[in-house]
Write a protein that binds this ligand. Structure first.
Ligand SMILES: *Cc1c(COP(=O)(O)O)cnc(C)c1O
Length: 366
């Protein structure tokens, strides 16, 4: 079986975890501070604030932008449900602009059309490891004087014109088990704004600046040192692991280039892709359906996944929700029907990759 994601921690992580256990101080402490410093360096920002998961990172980022009831956040309809749930938890109204087929991220033209008088924040999702079209999105955000929260859960280390995804506005990250870098559960918020970083640190710790000095109604969003210890060595190795993912993606692209009806992912000019997922589209021109491909791959023991099977609001629990506006998104609807993610992670061997390529070719009948 070739799984779509694998977690393997090395001895360095073990040793740091043992250090924390022996210290007797398991909650937020010096390991979290170290992880934050290293994380800020990888993203290329001044400040990183660790929290307990990627969803709370999004909620906290929205909260420090002081959203009022009725304020709208425009995001991508093609994302993990946490993006939408965070908007709702922060008390805002969710609106959507369609995506581009070539990067699976917000389409700047659609975004421009979706921005209205109640829009307060734009929330691009850097999906699968490829950053959104920030060269076009940031000027729109600035022209309208909006907040910018980047859902970078899947794209640590990705860049646009050399700038880190998550460094344009408030960046939010997830360290969940399946992400490129993981502490089991965990999250991070990045910013170059010292005042926002300070507010985020207070907010994650019950709104407390010093013992029993409460400044805002806060949360317990703290990460633990035991978790941070697992992330520190992974950050040191992160560049190498991304390189391996890039090589794996190139190998998959070469091996699948001539498969009929399959649209392969590309790294767009000026953007560095960190290949959280390698996602193809099984288009209508393919001789088989996407779901047939999945059945055949599964029979061969090749892990694959659908991220995501529907647009994020296309569920009964959101259909009647007063703060979810299901703006139409035909590209996202089609991509959700056609997308298929294949293993690309950094633990794959050359022989694994050959098997994935052979498996896909056989499944599509190429
Ligand atoms: C994983 C993920 C999140 C949420 O992160 P958690 O750590 O699971 O809370 C948010 N957005 C996207 C796009 C994700 O992939």
């Amino acid at each position: 079986m070739i799984p779509i994601s694998v977690v393997k921690l090395d001895e360095a992580a073990e040793q740091l975890a043992v250090e924390v256990i022996r210290s007797g101080m398991l909650a937020q402490g010096p390991m979290v501070a170290r992880l934050e410093r290293d994380f800020a360096d990888v993203v290329g920002v001044e400040h990183a604030v660790a929290v307990n998961n990627g969803t709370t990172a999004l909620v906290a980022a929205l909260e420090v932008l002081d959203l009022q009831p009725g304020d709208e956040v425009v995001t991508s309809p093609f994302t993990f449900v946490a993006t939408l749930n965070a908007i709702l938890e922060a008390g805002a109204t969710a609106r959507f602009a369609d995506i581009r087929e070539d990067d699976f991220c917000l389409d700047a033209a659609a975004l421009g059309a979706a921005i209205g008088p109640r829009t307060k924040v734009v929330m691009p999702v850097h999906l699968y490891g490829q950053p959104a079209d920030m060269g076009a999105i940031v000027p729109l955000v600035e022209r309208h004087g909006l907040g910018l929260v980047e859902d970078t859960a899947q794209s640590l280390g990705a860049t646009v014109d050399g700038r880190g995804a998550g460094s344009f506005g408030l960046g939010t990250f997830s360290l969940y088990a399946t992400k490129n870098l993981t502490t089991g559960e965990g999250g991070m918020i990045t910013t170059n704004d010292a005042a926002l970083a300070d507010r985020l640190r207070v907010l994650r710790n019950q709104g407390m600046r010093q013992r029993y000095q409460y400044e805002v109604a806060g949360h317990n969003y703290r990460l633990t040192d035991l978790q941070a210890a697992l992330g520190i060595p992974q950050l040191a190795a992160y560049g190498d692991n991304v390189k391996r993912r890039k090589d794996n993606a190139a190998r998959l692209c070469a091996g699948l280039a001539d498969v009929p009806g399959l649209r392969l992912p590309t790294e767009l000019p000026g953007r560095s892709h960190v290949w959280h997922q390698y996602t193809v589209l099984v288009t209508d021109a393919a001789p088989v359906t996407r779901d047939e491909v999945i059945t055949r791959l599964t029979e061969r023991g090749i892990g694959c996944g659908i991220y995501y099977p529907k647009t994020v609001y296309d569920y009964d629990c959101y259909r009647e929700h007063p703060r979810v506006v299901a703006d139409p998104a035909p590209v996202a609807d089609r991509v959700a029907r056609q997308c298929l993610s294949l293993p690309v992670h950094h633990h794959l061997s050359d022989s694994d990759l050959d098997q994935v390529i052979e498996g896909v070719r056989a499944a599509v009948g190429a």
